[in-house]
Unconditional design. Structure first.
Length: 228
């Protein structure tokens, strides 16, 4: 840019409005400087906007659904969830064991069918938990017996609650044997037990045990009673 008076060259970046040669005031000088500053500012703003738009475009492209890789669903596991309790196993079915025995000297032998309980009877010390047996005899007797040592409460004032299959619970008597053993008792009346056993129905007997309370055990036979 030149001085309007003497024609001397003026520095473009100078902010002075006077010519350094003739000291003539340059009226268009300050206007030119202002326009120059505005132009530079607009250019810088334009460059910043372009840079910001370029960065936003990359982000949008990287986050767009078309550029995302869909995660494969997790493979199904054969193991059950730890939050879901496993189904209780079905009780093991026992079968009747048959034998022949003589009850008294000189008496005729009787046939006996016995079956073991599905559950154990839980007894307190000094006794240990034990299974029970139900024995039916051809002389019409039904005996409820503990396999191990223990005290089953029987006799006057003590009885059993018996259920056949899904039928209603009924009260039966528990009679002491002749030797007063606390490990066994006669269940009376015995007829319903024979009928249920021959029909293949589960038989549940609930009795009371010394310092162990009332407990029920079930006898589930694989085959019906065949006692002849």
């Amino acid at each position: 840019m030149k001085c309007s008076k003497c024609g001397a060259d003026l520095a473009i970046g100078s902010t002075s409005s006077l010519c350094p040669v003739c000291l003539q005031t340059q009226h268009g000088r300050s206007r030119f400087n202002v326009l120059l500053i505005i132009s530079i500012g607009v250019f810088l703003v334009f460059v910043i906007v372009i840079v910001l738009q370029s960065g936003t475009g990359k982000t949008a492209t990287s986050d767009s659904p078309s550029s995302l890789t869909t995660a494969a669903p997790p493979a199904s596991s054969a193991e059950p969830s730890p939050d879901v309790p496993a189904a209780a196993p079905a009780p093991e079915k026992h079968d009747w064991d048959y034998d022949t025995a003589t009850m008294d000297a000189g008496s005729r032998p009787v046939k006996i069918g016995c079956i073991e309980s599905d559950q154990m009877v839980h007894l307190n010390s000094p006794y240990e938990d034990t299974f029970a047996r139900l024995c039916l005899r051809t002389d019409g007797a039904a005996l409820f017996i503990l396999n191990g040592d223990g005290q089953m409460l029987s006799g006057e004032g003590h009885g059993a609650i018996v259920r056949f299959g899904d039928g209603p619970a009924k009260r039966f008597s528990l009679e002491e044997p002749a030797d007063y053993s606390s490990k066994e008792a006669f269940v009376e009346p015995a007829g319903p037990l024979f009928a249920a056993a021959r029909a293949g129905k589960p038989i549940t007997i609930e009795a009371t045990y010394y310092e162990a309370g009332q407990q029920a055990v079930t006898f589930t036979a694989a085959t019906p009673l065949n006692l002849k």
